[in-house]
Design a binder for this molecule. Sequence first.
Ligand SMILES: Nc1ncnc2c1ncn2[C@@H]1O[C@H](COP(=O)(O)OP(=O)(O)O)[C@@H](O)[C@H]1O
Ligand SMILES: [Mg+2]
Length: 385
Amino acid sequence: MSSSLVRGAKNELYQYISYASANEDTELTDHFKQRWSRVSPCDATLSLDKFQLIRTLGRGSFGRVVLALLKMDSHNKMEGNKFYAIKIMDKRKLVRYKQLDHTLNERRVLYCLQHPNTVRYFFSFKDNSFIYLSLEYISGRDQQRNFKQMNSMRFNLGGDLFTYLRHTGKFNEKHVKFYAAQIFLVFEYLHHFDVLYRDLKPENILIADNGYLKVTDFGFAKHVPGRTYTLCGTPDYLPPEIIKHKGYGKSVDWWTFAVLCYEMAAGQPPFSGKDHIQLYEAIVNQRYTCPSSFSNELADLIKKILVIDVSTRLGCMANGNKDIQNHPFFDSVNFVKIYHQTENSNSVPYKPAKKDPLDPSSLSQAEEPIRVSRHNLHEEEFRMF
Ligand SMILES: Nc1ncnc2c1ncn2[C@@H]1O[C@H](COP(=O)(O)OP(=O)(O)O)[C@@H](O)[C@H]1O
Ligand SMILES: [Mg+2]
């Protein structure tokens, strides 16, 4: 990692941990730096048969995330909870869609993270067909399978902000602020290390039992000290500079931050179109309107971020992300309390009902088995994993 990692000296404007003491700041920075320079080893002693697979928690492009119980006696050195969310990715698909680098980045970033609003990573392993990332299991809300968005291009199985938002319709602005502030903190932290997230959307945000958020899915996260050109993200959330194949940096995350604020408050994203082409036209032409129900502060925040010209986009100018944090929309938000998760309980808008992970009512009926090939597929490509 470049020297930019150690940026953020106390006298700089871009002081990332607005809520932590100087000691904590140094500690978090050291943690990230030390881990970054080590490669997280894949655990050769682990294999899928050490786990009881309970149910699928979510699906993605290259596999699925499964709730798994580590069988007793199998791996004594494992710490903490015995339930894990295991992200299982198909090696063949990763190779076919050229996602190898993304997967290595994903694990490397996960390994370095230490933030209250990011999902915790434990270990990884691989076999002939798949690679596995094991994460802290966030139970979220009960599965809601019967909402109308099921037929749209986006849908999920439950446990994440997407399912909760579609179920609720939209959030009031106090609620939006509480969630947006946490996403702000995550981006502030990642950007301090020049890591871009690049895939913000409600599907990738989980709600923990205490009602605070956990960002998951670092599949597009990447260390980018300067600019990058890769086309990645989710159509509704794509910033104009990615659509236009321009080089980009942290600006893309702030664009998606505004899209998320809009989607949480309106119940749908700001830009739409009959198909992807029309959607992208709406985005590059800034064709959207804020509902009249939005407060002036929220509409102003969104208007100042959803700006095509990156040099005048809020969050991307001389004061960096501080311009977003200091925007009137966040006037009533105490970032310190949110970071330390010490808000009054009644300021936390929603806490998912606790449920037993083994409760039969939350088991899905037809789980397809995970078939592992007898041959070690793409062994060479995944040697580094
Ligand atoms: N740690 C977790 N605990 C519970 N559910 C999770 C966890 N991580 C991911 N999920 C669920 O699995 C889905 C897919 O995982 P994700 O990492 O986003 O995969 P992809 O990169 O394929 O989009 C998520 O949208 C979420 O619903
Ligand atoms: Mg995802």
